[in-house]
Design a protein around this ligand. Structure first.
Ligand SMILES: [Zn+2]
Length: 439
């Protein structure tokens, strides 16, 4: 077998492995068969799995090694490599090469400036031909204009050879993240909601809690069946319906809402506010979740858990505002049912002067509570009509650090779950059936 054939076969093998890895991850995460490819490789902050695609990684390492050899500190190694690269280009041109060899263009996989005439067969297959193909596949440009300071450029990333692997993995992940967000599927819609807050590591840490439901759409009715809700029969049984709209899920939706309200209450009490809960505004039928005085005037915080679509969150915010704003200052707290964080929630922090650590801890717990409440709703939905719902295992609770986390710069290695204690449900709350579902 020729060297070229061998390389091709290795890539085919990696492509196959990628497919098998996706199947395996799909099994672990209980995903439907049609989970989109970007979902596996997109950033965990938007609900992706954040894994590396082997075929991308092979290309990334090839480009990185080639660039590192060309800029090696040892002049002998560096010069041998450069000479071999030049020789490869010349042979590719069958010795009809231009006066100045287009080294950067060659390595970047360009076909401009006569490079389309290259014949790989003439040059054989070596690290330089492989790097050229890899750069072409990944859309990476090798900038050799700095001579000694070679740069590897892709999208908005430009890195030196020693940082090539990290930089190019970031590029690959960003591309999958963009693909996932622009996807019109349920996963894509949820990703747009989750991407509203992308500075903290909350979602990376919350990943294990929410993956089974992240692809909720298909989890419900299969295509052959009647698609109406198995419990209420009133609408299509979609993730949106089950998590945010089904009247049969009202009790658990209220519990989900109240768990977040309890977290909010204990945060405000710790901050020294004298809060009242579910108290009617005098002369009104309105009962804001939490109310307290700030500089002599009424401040109300009302919690709402809604669908993780930016538009739904915006509407939920506006509805709360319209309902309460004539009675004092209203600060809606909008959390997506799969953990999205509406950016204006942070106004509560700035208006009340809550420190970053306490706020970060609260934000994380509130998002986790939304996800866990939704998981309970999904379980209850599936167990509808089952003889003994308790017999089935609930999904494991994720580990939660007691400490809040401040906003940090992105690191290549995300640490998965934070360490520390386990999340506890607020046990003895009374569950009232209230109109907290968002329509
Ligand atoms: Zn229903």
């Amino acid at each position: 077998m020729s060297e070229h054939g061998f390389v091709k076969q290795s890539m085919d093998c990696l492509t196959q492995l990628d497919t098998e890895c996706r199947k395996f991850l799909g099994l672990i995460c209980n995903l439907p068969n049609h989970a989109t490819v970007p979902f596996f490789y997109a950033d965990r902050r938007v609900g992706g799995l954040g894994t590396c695609r082997l075929t991308d990684d092979a290309d990334i390492w090839t480009i990185a090694r080639a660039a590192q050899l060309l800029t090696c500190r040892d002049p002998t190694v560096r010069n041998i490599c450069r000479e071999q690269l030049h020789d490869t280009i010349r042979r590719g041109f069958r010795n009809e090469h231009p006066g100045v060899l287009p080294v950067g263009e060659y390595l970047s996989g360009s076909v401009d400036g006569g490079l389309y005439r290259l014949r790989y067969a003439e040059a054989g297959s070596n690290l330089w031909t492989l790097a050229r193909q890899a750069a072409k596949r990944l859309g990476v440009r090798i900038d050799v204009s700095g001579d000694e300071n070679l740069r590897i450029v892709a999208d908005d990333v430009s890195v030196s050879p020693v940082k090539a692997v990290r930089g190019l993995r970031k590029v690959a992940r960003q591309r999958y993240t963009r693909d996932l967000i622009s996807d019109k599927s349920h996963q894509g819609v949820v990703a747009t909601g989750l991407s509203l807050e992308d500075k903290s590591k909350d979602m990376a840490r919350l990943g294990p809690a929410r993956h089974p439901s992240s692809s909720g759409h298909s989890w419900f009715c299969s295509q052959e069946q009647d698609t109406s809700c198995r419990r209420c029969g009133k609408e299509n049984e979609t993730g949106f319906h089950v998590l945010n709209h089904c009247e049969e899920g009202l009790q658990l939706a209220t519990k989900r809402h109240n768990t977040i309200q309890d977290l909010l209450e204990s945060l405000l009490v710790k901050q020294g506010h004298d809060v009242t809960i579910n108290n009617a505004i005098p002369g009104q039928r309105l009962r804001p979740d939490v109310e307290f005085q700030l500089s002599g005037s009424r401040v109300m915080v009302d919690v709402v858990v809604c669908y993780d679509q930016p538009g739904s969150m915006e509407n939920a915010y506006q509805r709360k505002y319209d309902k309460y704003s004539s009675h004092g200052r209203i600060l809606p707290l909008v959390v997506g049912s799969l953990g999205s964080w509406y950016p204006r929630n942070d106004e509560i922090r700035s208006i009340l002067g809550i420190n970053g650590r306490s706020w970060g801890a609260f934000r994380f717990k509130a998002r986790l509570a939304a996800i866990q409440g939704s998981m309970d709703m999904v379980c209850a939905h599936f167990h509808h009509g089952a003889p003994n719902p308790e017999a089935e295992d609930n999904p494991p609770l994720p580990v939660l650090s007691e400490e809040g986390e401040e906003v940090e710069e992105e690191e290549e290695e995300e640490d998965g779950c934070g360490g520390g204690g386990f999340y506890r449900h607020t046990g003895n709350q009374t569950i009232e059936i209230q109109q907290h579902l968002v329509y």
